[in-house]
Design a binder for this molecule. Structure first.
Ligand SMILES: NC(=O)c1ccc[n+]([C@@H]2O[C@H](COP(=O)([O-])OP(=O)(O)OC[C@H]3O[C@@H](n4cnc5c(N)ncnc54)[C@H](O)[C@@H]3O)[C@@H](O)[C@H]2O)c1
Ligand SMILES: [Zn+2]
Length: 365
């Protein structure tokens, strides 16, 4: 088992990564000295496969488990969805000695984390992420929250889980599209911080996408990515500066998601398009040479670049980049590549340059 303890302003968040370790959930939680009553929250898809083993492990360790299963999906990650969970907790008379365990992808994790951070002004939360996105990204760093009709992730809190237990075996049941979307964040991690991992991905990407990687190597890959996200977050918990590099590919990616009303692309798919757009902008700005851009795009093409972006107007996408929280004085602040494994925060990128990045993606895919 890989063990990573994330130190965030002196608070330690333990992350445990391995295969076939879901059965250890109860024991690990008992060691944390958590209260006897726990709400185990999951969506219907995940619950069907993994709720019983998770609940059994908790019960075997002496916990009393309230199972909270709801429909799931991005459309459920809102205040009404959260209220549904609050209601279950109140009805079951959960007091301040209780806690919550989130079993699922980023949707379950973000919403459960938010509920835990606000129920009775905060009860502990344990994350058991079940997708690549949630194992390498959303469960690490303490960002929790829900969407509002006017925008994604607008309501939430910073709140670190007491434990993140990652069983990589659960990834084997993911649909291919979820694997690709999750791997977009893994490729992003390699591009911002880890040339060696990028090289590994160049060697083994096909096996990973087919989910045919052997268990030890998959554990290593997930742990390596947790390490990258954890290191960036530990240096900059509340996104003052460095944490922004995790948004590589996300300015254009988020704009594409918004311009298509979040219905057309998975987040990770939009990130793939955003990375390619940012790569072109970096080339135009003279930051990285053509060959680095080609190396990035070749790997992304193997992962799978969604087609049809030309049907969405470039202006419409550009407009949406202007909603980016990182914009200053009418110009964009972008994360751009220096070389594979290193990026830079670039202030004051002109709209014309951003537009040319968007158009580049549209012309090619
Ligand atoms: N908090 C953060 O820092 C952060 C970072 C990145 C993303 N996010 C959020 O994460 C969410 C996306 O997360 P996601 O991609 O995990 O989506 P998700 O939770 O919707 O999961 C995707 C789909 O896979 C299914 N699924 C989950 N685990 C499975 C498994 N092991 N086998 C088979 N099917 C499984 C789910 O039921 C769902 O249908 C978004 O809401 C995003 O805003 C948050
Ligand atoms: Zn992302």
């Amino acid at each position: 088992m890989h063990k990573i303890d994330i130190d965030i302003a002196g608070d330690i968040c333990p992350v445990r990564i391995g295969h076939d370790i879901l059965g250890e959930l109860g024991g690990q939680c008992r060691d944390l000295g958590l209260g006897r009553q726990v709400a185990l929250v999951s969506d219907e898809v995940v619950a069907e496969r993994y709720l019983q083993p998770a609940a059994e492990s908790l019960r075997a360790a002496g916990f009393q488990v309230l199972e909270v299963v709801y429909a799931g999906g991005e459309g459920s990650k809102n205040l009404q969805g959260a209220e549904g969970i609050f209601t279950r907790l109140i009805e079951a008379e959960f007091d301040r000695s209780t806690w919550l365990a989130a079993l699922g992808g980023g949707v379950v994790g973000d919403m459960s984390g938010f509920v835990a951070s606000t129920y009775l002004r905060g009860i502990p939360c344990v994350q058991v992420p079940t997708t690549i996105v949630s194992q390498v990204d959303s469960s690490i760093g303490g960002k929790t929250g829900v969407n509002h009709a006017l925008g994604k992730n607008l309501i939430g809190a910073f709140s670190q889980p007491r434990l993140v237990l990652i069983d990589t075996d659960m990834l084997r049941s993911l649909p291919r599209r979820e694997v690709v979307g999750g791997m977009a964040e893994v490729v992003k991690h390699a591009l911002i911080r880890d040339e060696e991992m990028f090289h590994f991905l160049e060697d083994r990407l096909d096996e990973i996408v087919a989910m045919e990687l052997d268990a030890e190597t998959l554990d290593w890959l997930i742990a390596r990515n947790v390490g990258i996200k954890a290191a960036v977050v530990a240096e900059d918990e509340k996104e003052g500066g460095l944490r922004a590099i995790l948004n590589y590919g996300h300015t254009i990616g988020h704009a594409i998601e918004a311009a298509t009303d979040y219905g057309r692309y998975k987040h990770g798919e939009a990130v793939i398009l955003g990375l390619i757009g940012a790569g072109e902008i970096a080339r135009r700005e003279g930051l990285w040479p053509e060959e680095e851009r080609r190396r990035q795009d070749t790997l992304l093409e193997r992962l799978g670049v969604p087609e049809g972006l030309s049907e969405v107007g470039a202006e419409r996408i550009l407009e949406r980049t202007k909603a980016d929280k990182k914009r200053v004085d009418g110009r964009s602040r972008l994360i751009l590549g220096r070389r594979v494994g290193e990026v830079e925060i670039v202030e004051g990128v002109e709209d014309d340059v951003v537009r040319s990045g968007i158009e580049y993606v549209q012309q090619r895919y």
